[in-house]
Design a binder for this molecule. Structure first.
Ligand code: 0O2
Length: 192
């Protein structure tokens, strides 16, 4: 767990440096908030069981990519791709997997960019390549995902089809608003 926490810290530091650099250069902040978490043992066991995988330390290390998770919340959609490109330029970061749920939203309406990256963590006598899942999304996407997660994932009864459709419709409205806000921001930039 300490190694996973160190992986998170290293990526958080990279994001923090980017923010500071933007500030000094007088550019607007491309990161609104950064949240991180380590998956709980209970949640790790549940995920391995769900996938029909053995419950062991090796199985966890080999099969789960989201033990260490970072969520980066950005003002605009373009910020998401800028941050991705910036992170992937770092020689110590290797992209393992990318799922672009902004270009191809999930059936539920969920939108985010998911990256699984590997980063080396140097201990006194060994080096561990740690996988970290980075979820990048806008403030609007985060608003939807947070409330939908609470409503859908955590309910014990299954969500009726009509409610699923409603949630998807709301996600589409939000996506439209995201695009409109970015267009306004670009228009204002051109005036400067
Ligand atoms: P938690 O508590 O957020 O960690 P994989 O993880 O790749 O083995 P899967 O399902 O293919 O499994 O991964 P996917 O879809 O790339 O990402 C899973 C995570 O994305 C979820 O984590 C959620 O955080 C988020 N997510 C995916 N779909 C939805 C959705 O429809 N609504 C919301 N609100 N979030 C979603 P966990 O593990 O479910 O939980």
């Amino acid at each position: 767990i300490m190694v996973y926490e160190s992986g998170i810290t290293q990526i958080e530091t990279k994001l923090d440096i980017l923010n500071k650099e933007n500030k000094i250069a007088g550019r607007r902040n491309s990161i609104e908030t950064v949240k991180s978490r380590i998956k709980t043992p209970q949640s790790i066991i549940e995920k391995l069981e769900k996938k029909g995988l053995p419950i062991s330390f090796t199985s966890m290390m080999e099969n789960l990519n989201d033990i260490a998770g970072i969520r980066v919340i950005c003002p605009y959609i373009s910020d998401i791709y800028n941050i991705k490109n910036m992170l992937l330029k770092h020689p110590d970061i290797t992209l393992i997997e990318e799922k672009d749920y902004i270009k191809d939203p999930k059936e539920s309406g969920y939108r985010s960019l998911h990256l699984v990256v590997e980063i080396p963590v140097y201990l006194s006598e060994s080096t561990h390549n740690v996988k970290v899942e980075i979820q990048l999304r806008t403030i609007a996407m985060d608003f939807w995902a947070t409330l939908e997660h609470e409503l859908r994932y955590k309910t014990t009864t299954s969500v009726p089809e009509s409610v699923r459709r409603e949630l998807k419709r709301v996600a589409e409205n939000i996506a439209m608003t995201d695009k409109e806000m970015e267009e306004i921001a670009i228009e204002l930039q051109h005036l400067e």
